[in-house]
Design a protein around this ligand. Structure first.
Ligand code: BDP
Length: 332
């Protein structure tokens, strides 16, 4: 077979020009442009830690990975971002284990109320062999968890009244994260749970669509919810870890050397985040108090008793997860 080339002089000149330009410049090595998701605003402990992760990854890979983090949830709400990271459309993110439950059932164990006795116990569990089991479960769903962040303890707050006893929750419309377990939890207390995206809560509190929500002090403050829902009652019903996760598709493309760099950057980010968290949550508590929040302690055993049936229902639904639950209890 013969191939006939028609040589158009204009095309030849254009091609020569392109080759000339390419030859004259030093082409950069192929760079992976990574986009990361974060729900929190700039300056929040997690955001500062993610900024440092981005810097360390970009510098230590000599620009082979160019990472950029988008704060403030501008790339979508958390359930969406989880899906996007699973598919590789986003490359990394800081996720809370609460909205992870519908995708990775093992992580629902972490959403059982009053599971960890305190934050140190949570760290001990997540930094050890049990944390690795969660990472393995996440990896099966295409998320590579490289380190665990803190998110303190979550408590209930509302616009109406201080909550001392579970009975005080009666009839309150309380926003929860996207997970059926939280609906069961608030309903068990006599409230009306409303799953809703984090970014919509402020407006809903303002217009009275919601009476309250639940979160830790830094989020209560940074979201501005403290300006509207003045009663913060220290139920401390959830101590949820968060991950710094990489899309498995992005992770698998890396050389061993770059995987090591990214892993180290994630571990360093978690060390920084935990330090900033410890300082930041104390400061947020003081700030919201100074701004007029009314903080009270609650009758915790009464809340624990009301939520106990959630455990039995959970084990009935997920008998396979009972050993994991027991191991977490025994490890504390
Ligand atoms: C914050 C978590 C964040 C959640 C948010 C929420 O850090 O990941 O999206 O709570 O309540 O504490 O949705």
């Amino acid at each position: 077979m013969s191939i006939r080339l028609s040589l158009n002089p204009v095309h030849c000149l254009q091609a020569a020009a392109v080759v000339g330009v390419l030859a004259g410049m030093t082409l950069p090595a192929h760079a992976d442009n990574w986009r990361g998701w974060n729900v929190h605003p700039q300056g929040y402990p997690n955001s500062v830690a993610l900024d440092s992760f981005v810097k360390e990854v970009t510098e230590n890979t000599d620009g082979r990975i160019k990472a950029k983090i988008f704060h403030n949830g501008v790339l979508g709400d958390q359930p969406d971002a989880i899906e996007q990271t699973r598919s590789g459309a986003l490359n990394f993110a800081n996720f809370n284990m609460g909205p992870m439950g519908p995708i990775v059932p093992e992580t629902d164990v972490l959403s059982l109320p009053f599971l960890f006795k305190d934050i140190d116990a949570m760290h001990k569990v997540m930094d050890g062999e049990i944390g690795q089991r969660f990472a393995d479960a996440l990896e099966k769903k295409n998320l590579v968890a490289l380190s665990w962040f803190d998110s303190g303890a979550r408590s209930v707050y509302n616009t109406k009244r201080p909550i001392n006893e579970p009975e005080d929750m009666q009839g309150l419309k309380v926003r929860v994260m996207n997970n059926d377990l939280y609906v069961e939890m608030i309903d068990a207390l006599g409230g009306n749970a409303t799953p809703m995206a984090y970014g919509e809560v402020y407006q809903s509190l303002k217009t009275g669509v919601l009476d309250g929500a639940e979160n830790n002090f830094p989020s209560y403050e940074s979201s501005g919810h403290d300006e509207i829902a003045k009663y913060y009652s220290e139920t401390e019903h959830l101590i949820l870890p968060e991950c710094l996760c990489i899309a498995k598709r992005s992770w698998d493309k890396l050389s061993d050397q770059d995987q090591e760099i990214v892993r180290q950057a994630a571990v360093d980010a978690a060390t920084l985040q935990r330090k900033l968290w410890a300082e930041g949550s104390k400061k947020s508590r003081e700030d919201v108090l100074a701004a007029g929040a009314k903080i009270n302690e609650v009758d915790k055993p009464a809340f624990q008793a009301k939520m106990e049936p959630i455990y039995a229902a959970f084990v009935k639904k997920h008998p396979d997860l009972e050993p994991l639950l027991n191991d977490i209890r025994n490890a504390q």
